[in-house]
Design a protein. Structure first.
Length: 240
């Protein structure tokens, strides 16, 4: 990262005298495991190539920013054409802070407990020349934290801090959460809620069942006992 930032700054200074404006955008998205993904854009306004004596704007941009992806392993470098600008864009994914040299004097990102701390020296040294850019030039740095931003001297939108490097007079500073939701995941909360619902439903069924009166039944009266059977005596049937 140190080498890349230095190339970016020197490239900007080299085109300060151009009548056309330029665009420099740097974006980093931090993960919760000390890696970062992001992109760099360096571009000049259409028509600037002719002023530099190049055959095309893209040729001029390649001459100025051809080393944009150097020093970043696995970086993908492509041509950039957007909003009337022509240049180069380098993108990368899941690079460790060490691989990006994010421990240099130019830019440092360190982890302190559950937070990331960002510090950069854009308020002094070579980077101070960014203030000499034309008014319509763009020079920004955006860093997105995994979680909420705690404090910064940049502009905050959601978990992203953006600095206007043309206007930045102080060193960059930001502190934000190094992970997303520190609580339990949504799926775990849903599982707990489902189990709780099942338990409550079971308790309700038991309560209602205990309150329900049993159906009354009228017992049938016992059968009347048969009269005692008289014994038969043949003599009783004789005629007198």
């Amino acid at each position: 990262m140190k080498q890349t930032l230095r190339i970016l700054v020197l490239s900007v200074v080299s085109v300060v005298a151009l009548s056309g404006c330029m665009r420099m955008e740097m974006s980093l998205e931090l993960s919760d495991h000390d890696t970062a993904s992001g992109s760099y854009v360096m571009a000049i306004k259409e028509g600037t190539g002719e002023q530099l004596g190049a055959t095309s704007d893209q040729e001029a941009a390649d001459e100025l920013f051809g080393d944009l992806g150097d020093g970043i392993e696995g970086a993908s470098v492509t041509e950039y054409h957007e909003d009337g600008y022509v240049g180069t864009k380098a993108t990368f994914e899941d690079q460790t802070f060490a691989d990006l040299n994010l421990n240099s004097d130019d830019m440092r990102i360190s982890r302190e407990g559950d937070e990331y701390v960002v510090a950069g020296t854009y308020g002094s040294g070579e980077a101070a020349n960014l203030g000499e850019l034309p008014d319509d030039a763009v020079a920004t740095l955006a860093i997105t934290f995994p979680g909420k931003v705690a404090e910064t001297n940049g502009t905050v939108e959601g978990n992203t801090v953006t600095w206007d490097l043309k206007q930045q007079s102080d060193d960059l500073y930001a502190r934000g959460a190094a992970s997303g939701d520190s609580g339990m995941s949504l799926w775990l909360w849903l599982a707990i809620g489902f189990v709780a619902l099942v338990v409550v439903a079971g308790v309700v069924v038991l309560i209602l069942g205990s309150r329900r009166s049993p159906k009354a039944t009228t017992p049938e009266p016992p059968a009347a006992p048969l009269p005692p059977r008289e014994s038969f005596n043949p003599e009783d049937r004789r005629l007198d």
